[in-house]
Design a protein around this ligand. Structure first.
Ligand SMILES: Cc1cc2nc3c(=O)[nH]c(=O)nc-3n(C[C@H](O)[C@H](O)[C@H](O)COP(=O)(O)O)c2cc1C
Length: 245
């Protein structure tokens, strides 16, 4: 359709990287482009930490799974939702910042997600690849301790970046008709459409170029949604000063 849409449609997570390093100017220009994402009320409520120290990397790789690509990727970034800069500017203007509101939590979390997605797209536009690492939330307090992340900030996810050493096919997404509606929410869930999507995903899993498996999307999701995942998050976020009221 156009090069940007073609790029978006060619996305696939990359978990194996060549030894080629990502130089500082390249990473800086990726982050600068990513910062142009829209940001709620212009708050820019995020901080990104590049983890270079091999011991910290290894510790995060272990607690995230283990996930070896976290230790091996040329670049590993931790994306924090962060209200501290905003508290600083409040102090500069003799304003006492309101704290602990759910709305602030949503604002900062959305802001950092928009930034991160722009990072991935910018990197992909340069021929690089990457993968988000939600696994850091297995033990977010240890990530905070390792990276000295203070209260009013929390690590939302990590991201590996580098030059791809694998070429997986894109994963098929739900059909647009399953997610886009006009004027009202769908009155019933389209199970026929989900069955068709299961056939599509099953074909993908049986034919991709590695890690073949006889799997479907709905089976995967039923397994996922039938489990309690990271039950510590509520207490962790409250301790960090988020999501209290
Ligand atoms: C917030 C978030 C967290 C993720 N966490 C992980 C992770 O910890 N490890 C991993 O290998 N992939 C992770 N992924 C990648 C997803 O598994 C992947 O995007 C999804 O399966 C779709 O595949 P694709 O990106 O190749 O299209 C994460 C993705 C997102 C958006």
């Amino acid at each position: 359709m156009n090069p940007t849409i073609d790029l978006l449609k060619s996305h696939r997570s990359i978990r194996k990287f060549t030894d080629r390093q990502v130089d500082d100017p390249t990473l800086t220009s990726i982050i600068a482009a990513a910062q142009c994402a829209a940001t709620s009320h212009f708050v820019q409520a995020y901080t990104v930490i590049r983890v270079r120290d091999p011991e910290k990397r290894e510790a995060i790789a272990q607690l995230a799974g283990p996930q070896v690509w976290v230790a091996r990727a040329p670049v590993f970034l931790v994306f924090c939702a962060d209200l501290n800069r905003l508290e600083t500017v409040c102090r500069l203007h003799d304003t006492v910042m309101e704290k602990g509101w759910a709305e602030q939590f949503v604002t900062a979390t959305v802001d950092v997600a928009l930034l991160a997605q722009n990072v991935l797209i910018a990197a992909e536009s340069l021929g690089m690849g990457g993968v988000y690492i939600g696994g850091i939330r297995n033990d977010p307090q240890t990530v905070c301790d390792l990276l000295q992340i203070p209260d009013q900030a929390y690590p939302v996810f990590g991201m590996c970046l580098g030059w791809p050493a694998q070429d997986p096919p894109p994963k098929p997404r739900l059909p647009v008709e399953a997610v886009l509606f006009t004027d009202r929410y769908p009155q019933q869930q389209e199970t026929d459409m989900l069955a068709a999507y299961d056939r599509t995903t099953n074909h993908y899993y049986l034919n991709r170029n590695s890690n073949l498996k006889d799997e479907t999307w709905s089976r995967q999701m039923a397994d996922l949604m039938g489990r309690v995942i990271r039950p510590h998050m509520k207490i962790f976020l409250e301790r960090k000063g988020f999501f209290l009221k």
